[in-house]
Design a protein around this ligand. Sequence first.
Ligand SMILES: Cc1cc2nc3c(=O)[nH]c(=O)nc-3n(C[C@H](O)[C@H](O)[C@H](O)COP(=O)(O)OP(=O)(O)OC[C@H]3O[C@@H](n4cnc5c(N)ncnc54)[C@H](O)[C@@H]3O)c2cc1C
Length: 384
Amino acid sequence: MTNQYVKKVLVVGGGISGLSAAIALNKIGIEVEIAEKELEWNVYGVGIIQPPNALRALNEIGLADACMEQGTSYPGFDYYTGQGHFLFHTASPTIVGYPGVNGISRRQLHNILFEAVESTDTKIYMGTTVNTIENKENGVKVALNNGITATYDLVIGSDGANSKVRTLLFGEIEQRYSGQGVWRYNLPRPKEIDKGLFYYGKDAKAGLVPMSDDLMYLLVTTNEPGNPKFPNNQLHNLLKERMTEFGGIIAGIAKQIVDPSEVVYRPIFTHLMKSPWYKGNVLLVGDAAHGTAPHLGQGASIAIEDVVVLADILKHNLPVQETMEAFMEKRFERCKMIVENSDQLVEWELLTSAGRMTEKVNVGEFLKMTLEKMNEPFLSELNV
Ligand SMILES: Cc1cc2nc3c(=O)[nH]c(=O)nc-3n(C[C@H](O)[C@H](O)[C@H](O)COP(=O)(O)OP(=O)(O)OC[C@H]3O[C@@H](n4cnc5c(N)ncnc54)[C@H](O)[C@@H]3O)c2cc1C
């Protein structure tokens, strides 16, 4: 059913959640404009893990097949000690017909989303951000920095962890530095790496993640007290230094890390906006609302879920405030669980490294339980 209350939407931020929002809303007949602050798309080349719930959400917007075709699917993850002793396996089930996990490069994912947006009438303003946002009786009045002022029925803040929309609406919020950083590097994928592999060292965790038939990426999560800044031309050596505690395959890979410009380092910050994530007719989605540590590979997955759920609720043609309330009802607890469980994994890794891990925990069971919850239905009926 066409929504009589929401006909025209501004999406601020053309990342994974913003492009997905444009596709999802177009599908239900809503006109969308996107304001993206970068003049050109600037997506780094390492890979992204798409667990079953990401594929299910992408299927809702018609893009799971393209991701599977351009990426590579694998059945789950094996976990080992830093010296290569097997610990446990997390299997990823087939849901909505897509087997296991898909690995894909971020650029390819972006291209798939962007091409889908381009095939619609969505207007994209590149190099553009919002200057002001005001909730008015007849909608949201927005002044863009390109001189355009317009009124929209709904504004979606999908402008990432440092969201300007969020700051304009809610003021500054605290993003917690987790104490860890992630290093990533693309490598040729040997044939025998047919699933994701993780190795738990004492001070670091290393992973090998397939992202196409012949490419994989190395990721190394390390403790970085005080959030240090590193010189760009030393990133390769710094990464290798952090891999010295590993044996076996990870030790063998270290010699392939030669180009500092190919190392992608990110400190891990996390945050969870208190509910509600909206004010009037302006709603935050994706990292703008919930920034999670990457330990469950879920940040982009729940960002895509957010906008698929929003589009699903909009089909019910409710007044905007009821749409917003229904959205929070469906999204808050699910995203909170992911942010908190990812924070929990970070904390256990930090305690282990400091030799202060007193609790007896079964990380494998915790991971399996969390991933099972993510595979539960997320588009159940609304109580309307
Ligand atoms: C190390 C690491 C590994 C990760 N691995 C995975 C993984 O394997 N699987 C997974 O699901 N998730 C993963 N994530 C999380 C995932 O990358 C994010 O959750 C996802 O990118 C969020 O999408 P988003 O669209 O909300 O924000 P973003 O991807 O940050 O996009 C925001 C967009 O808004 C634009 N923008 C910013 N400010 C403004 C502004 N003021 N005005 C207009 N536009 C603006 C930006 O240029 C950008 O295009 C990982 C994250 C990290 C840090």
